[in-house]
Design a binder for this molecule. Structure first.
Ligand SMILES: Nc1ncnc2c1ncn2[C@@H]1O[C@H](COP(=O)(O)OP(=O)(O)OP(=O)(O)O)[C@@H](O)[C@H]1O
Ligand SMILES: [Mg+2]
Length: 150
């Protein structure tokens, strides 16, 4: 599924729609968020985390690698793999311990193996001044979610 995102508000509303299509207990879900510098990954992640009930700021996890949010529907882990160079480093990050929550992963290209365990990938790209999003289901439940936001 491809969506045109005319402006920042459209990116935010897509994030809200994806959040709204999740089941109430979203623990164990993994959503990959890819796109080049400035494509809107952080805009999407921030809107998603706020849709889940977070009221404060959403700092970039570029240096911390993981920013956890304790939210009514369960933990959300905002993960940024930009600074990792091998998949092995995911172990140091404690990746498997994050499966009690939802993992929202920026720069998933750093760990290609993640596509095997993810549910959804959202690829943001430039379309002139605007952006477009390609949303792909990577699991059965992920594909089901896409039907709901159509
Ligand atoms: N659909 C859109 N159309 C136009 N501008 C957008 C859209 N969505 C987000 N933006 C704008 O693009 C800029 C970059 O967004 P953002 O910081 O979310 O990108 P990013 O992918 O996280 O970048 P980086 O990789 O550098 O962290 C922001 O100014 C944001 O408002
Ligand atoms: Mg960013």
């Amino acid at each position: 599924m491809i969506r045109q995102l005319a402006d920042e508000a459209a990116t935010i509303s897509l994030a809200q729609a994806v959040y709204g299509a999740l089941p109430p207990d979203y623990s164990g879900w993994t959503i990959l968020l890819s796109g080049e510098l400035g494509a809107g990954k952080s805009t999407f992640a921030r809107a998603f985390i706020r849709a889940a009930g977070h009221g404060g700021s959403v700092p970039s996890p570029t240096y911390t690698l993981v920013e956890p949010y304790d939210l009514p529907g369960g933990p959300i882990y905002h993960v940024d793999l930009y600074r990792i160079s091998t998949e092995d480093e995911l172990r140091y990050l404690g990746w498997s311990e994050l499966d009690g929550g939802l993992r929202m992963v920026e720069w998933p290209q750093r760990a290609p193996g993640l596509t095997d365990e993810a549910d959804l990938t959202i690829k943001l790209s430039y379309a002139g001044e605007a952006r477009s999003a390609e949303i792909l289901g990577l699991s059965k439940r992920g594909s089901g979610l896409i039907q709901k936001i159509n």
